[in-house]
Design a protein. Sequence first.
Length: 319
Amino acid sequence: MVKFSSYKKKIQQEGLAFDKQVHFRHKKGLIPDLRRLKKNYYFYNNPWRDPEFFKIQWMGIIQKILGIVNKKKQSKVLEIGCGTGFLSLEIARFGHQVTGIDVSKYSILEAKKYASKQINKKIKKRLNYHACDANEVMLEEKFDFLIFYRSLHHFANIPKLFKNLNKFTKRNCKIIVCEPMRQNFERKNAIFANLLRMTCQTWQSYEKKIPNKGINYKFIRNNEKQVLNEYKYKSNKKKYTQSPMDNSIDDPIRLIKELRKFYKINKIEYFDAFIDKLIGGLRGKDRLKLAKFLKEFDNYLIKERILKGTTLFFSGNKK
């Protein structure tokens, strides 16, 4: 990971990294609207490749978020790290006033553009987007909900973040957190992921991934190590991430401890033992049937405590 001399420099690079990613994905045709998703073959092993893969992988969690928010009508919601706004938009469709903030200026620009051109005026009025650092943002409103959807792991100083955000929350504010926790991806997870990648029809042909010769202990172990490094964003002892602050916190025990200083726990669940980096890579005529089975198999392994889940779902009430 690149080292920076100051936090301001680091947060600037964080924004630029996502500017670049979002700009590229926009050029490749990714639409920030869950109701208008299309097949996108730019993604080779990502659920965004196919709307059906996305539904199988992520709609369950998104429905959990909507279910919690929708218990209170016409709420004020703050989404931190909203990106191009696909979740903020979906929440606004249910009648809530949503403010989305993100450090990526290009992400916010895309969110505003899409809302202005593609969304009806009634829903558009419920959406507000700001490009800013959540550690320093100043807002005039008080919010009923704080939502982090795969964004909180980019914040290294959790106490500082919540000391600022809690200035803008109501006494009964609820928090919803859905985050990748890569420390939970262990060798057992890699063994299952490796086996399923090698045996299922995926983006790699069998000829390429399984050679005619040399299939032995060393071959299997090397593939397992590669899978482990990929899921943990490591390669040759160097860390490769999508941005400078990615995986700033990847330990669920530590994160929950920090969250409990500010919020009483309502629910803690785990998902995604291995499925998140496999499901979008499935191929063949029966890929969707297989995807549904593997998703449930993934959930089963977590519930039976055979494997750890790498996605943390946390909900709580402000203390």
